[in-house]
Design a protein. Structure first.
Length: 285
């Protein structure tokens, strides 16, 4: 008799592209019932189908990478088909988060067809030859570096927006904000810039961390969790993720100042992470 973990693993190995494609399709069909009338359980049903789709989507890609033979020269997640499925996964995650926040909107009519088309593209080019491990490592290295660069830039932009927020807030208290020679954006504009920078930095650092993991697996066929650059990158991502979640929970009256303090801490932590990457073997290999 099979144990519970083996039963789960056997079940996961039966997951195919059809599973998450069908889940997203059903979610779209549920959303199309908006034209028929009001259904009480439409939103929960869409969320359930999206949850099933995301779970099977991630499981399929994960098992596809794990089950690749070690002596196979093909790179991990290095074919055009797999990149199409990764793109579809990113779109599905964005839609799921946006739908959670505003289920009353019709964003599903824009996101879900594109997600289905992207998956269909991955199926249609599934026979294309994947890249070798060396080529895959170079590609994922480029993605890793570019994403971390964008994430770093977003942290810096958010930090500057926070500084300007404090300056403008101080000037408003002193009734000096109307000076035409020293005009700054409004507090609302700076607050939005700070929030967007925080979200962008978290997103791109997450992409950079994932790309770095795949790069290491392609290059070394292993993942060194003890590497200081890897540990600091992971900790930076977790901090930014927590900062983003907490920032969205603050009341509008206190959001700007508190977001600035969190961005200031992120900037300091980012500097530590960059120093760790530069002086470690991760940064020079």
């Amino acid at each position: 008799m099979l144990s519970a973990p083996l039963i789960v693993l056997e079940f996961l190995h039966k997951i195919s592209i059809t599973c998450f494609f069908t889940s997203y399709l059903v979610a779209l069909l549920l959303e199309l019932t908006r034209f028929v009338g009001q259904f009480r359980f439409r939103t929960p049903a869409v969320l359930v189908m999206m949850g099933i789709g995301l779970f099977t989507h991630v499981s399929y890609l994960f098992l596809r990478a794990v089950n690749l033979p070690v002596d196979d020269n093909r790179g991990l997640l290095s074919s055009w088909a797999e990149w199409s499925l990764l793109l579809a996964l990113g779109l599905a995650i964005c839609f799921f988060i946006a739908y959670l926040r505003r289920p009353d909107t019709i964003i599903s009519f824009f996101f879900l067809p594109l997600i289905l088309l992207t998956i269909g593209l991955g199926i249609s080019i599934g026979g294309w030859e994947p890249f070798s491990r060396t080529e895959a490592a170079d590609t994922w290295r480029s993605i890793h570096g570019f994403a971390m660069m964008i994430g770093t830039g977003a942290v810096l932009v958010g930090f500057l927006a926070g500084v300007m927020y404090l300056v403008q807030s101080r000037r408003l208290k002193l009734k000096r904000a109307g000076s035409p020679r020293f005009r700054l954006p409004t507090l609302e504009t700076l607050d939005r810039a700070n929030r967007r920078a925080l979200v962008i930095s978290t997103t791109f650092v997450a992409i950079g961390v994932v790309a770095g993991m795949i790069m290491n697996l392609n290059q070394h066929e292993r993942f060194d969790w003890a590497d200081s650059g890897i540990l600091l990158s992971l900790m930076l991502f977790l901090w930014l993720l927590a900062a983003t979640a907490i920032e969205f929970m603050y009341s509008p009256a206190s959001r700007g100042r508190k977001a600035f303090y969190m961005m200031l801490a992120s900037l300091g932590f980012l500097l530590l992470a960059l120093i760790g990457v530069v002086v470690s073997s991760h940064g020079v290999s």
